[in-house]
Design a protein around this ligand. Structure first.
Ligand SMILES: *Cc1c(COP(=O)(O)O)cnc(C)c1O
Length: 372
């Protein structure tokens, strides 16, 4: 939104997506529960538009840039992008990333819907070498759960020179760390379920783009695939966005501290967090990322079974999947059959929340010892 130009994200998160101010006007948009609208207007039907979605879309657009469409889940947003590609199109994607996206891409490849080249996103020249003949470069960075970092400025520039559309899954970094549209990407995707909504109470996704034709294509994908958000979920997510910068900052601070302490823990190895100066991705990441997120992954020195026991032994950190909420969560990723076999059996993905960091550390340290 142009009216938000120059404001900081903390302010934007609080001011964007509000009704026009007047005497007795509402501070918040209502939860618009309507399947249809009186004829003659721009919307017409409940699958085509909704006041509550629009408010959330305005807020995400103000943070990410471009214009935003909200979908019924992060995966619905991912699917919307792939559903618009011609049959047989070549897609380049990371060989390690969110298991849902990886499964979807593998399914499309198996069904000969798409030709998918899986490459290591950390290897900039390997990605660039794949660009010729490609329709879409799908970049997730940092990756889930490996926390590998793609050189976004270099990859986006190279792809645009070759006319390849670039979509970035910004779920882990968020607009507070990196703004892919500002770097020239065509589409930015968010699992709104995670940091934006932030309270582990809603599943939603979004796509943002600055290209009007692309916006129309993706809007049609939502209309006719039918992957629309519920108004209540949209309202909850917008309510979550009001505190998103505060929550994210606190979670990032906690994550850095826990990553440092985990690195020195005798029962832990291979701590991954791009904010650690010792991390293999740190130099690359700090060149374009403002902060490094709040996901830490590490391996427990033990078996898969004892790693499960660690996750089940904590009292404050909940043993659960998902991430990005105020509450800390962790899990052994390989407990999911769809997780890539390249992820170590004893890898724990920790989503660091906003609790007191000393309380978190005491809980994590005692859980690590409980499984020995
Ligand atoms: C969770 C997640 C998704 C999928 O989002 P849903 O809202 O669960 O459908 C996509 N990408 C990443 C990186 C995620 O963490």
């Amino acid at each position: 939104m142009s009216s938000d130009k120059g404001l900081s994200p903390e302010t934007i998160a609080i001011t964007a997506g509000r009704p026009t101010v007047g005497p007795d006007s509402s501070l918040n948009h209502p939860i618009s529960l309507n399947s249809t609208f009186v004829a003659g207007g721009a919307v017409g039907y409940g699958r085509y538009g909704n006041e509550t979605w629009l408010a959330l879309e305005e807020a995400i657009s103000a943070l990410e840039g471009g214009r935003t469409l909200v979908y019924s889940s992060g995966m619905a947003a991912v699917t919307a992008v792939f559903s618009t590609l011609p049959v047989g199109a070549k897609v380049i994607a990371s060989n390690q990333g969110y298991s849902g996206t990886m499964t979807l891409l593998n399914n499309y490849a198996t069904a000969n819907r798409l030709k998918v080249s899986f490459v290591s996103v950390t290897d900039t020249s390997a990605v660039i070498n794949e660009l010729s003949g490609a329709t879409l470069l799908w970049i997730e960075s940092p990756t889930n759960p490996g926390l590998e970092v793609a050189d976004l400025p270099a990859l986006i520039k190279a792809a645009k020179e070759k006319g390849v559309t670039v979509a970035v899954d910004n779920t882990f970094a968020t607009a507070l760390s990196q703004k892919p549209l500002g770097l020239g990407a065509d589409i930015v995707m968010n699992s709104v379920t995670k940091y934006l909504a932030g309270h582990s109470d809603v599943v939603l996704g979004s796509l943002s783009t600055a290209d009007a034709a692309q916006f129309k294509t993706l809007e049609d994908a939502r209309k006719f695939n039918g992957s629309i958000p519920g108004p209540f979920e949209a309202w909850l997510a917008l309510r979550g966005i009001r505190t998103f910068p505060l929550r994210f900052q606190k979670s990032c601070e906690n994550a850095l501290e826990l990553a440092k302490r985990l690195s020195a823990h005798p029962l832990v190895r291979n701590v991954r967090y791009p904010g650690l100066v010792t991390d293999s991705q740190h130099e690359k990441a700090k060149a374009f990322m403002k902060s490094f997120g709040a996901i830490v992954s590490f391996e427990y020195v033990g078996s898969a079974e004892s790693t499960d026991k660690v996750c089940a032994s904590s009292k404050i950190v909940t043993y659960a999947t998902s991430l990005g909420g105020v509450e800390s969560l962790w899990e052994r990723r390989r407990r999911w059959p769809i997780e890539s076999s390249s992820v170590p059996e004893t890898l724990i993905r920790l989503s660091v929340g906003c609790e007191n960091v000393e309380d978190l550390w005491a809980d994590i340290d005692s859980a690590l010892h409980a499984a020995k």
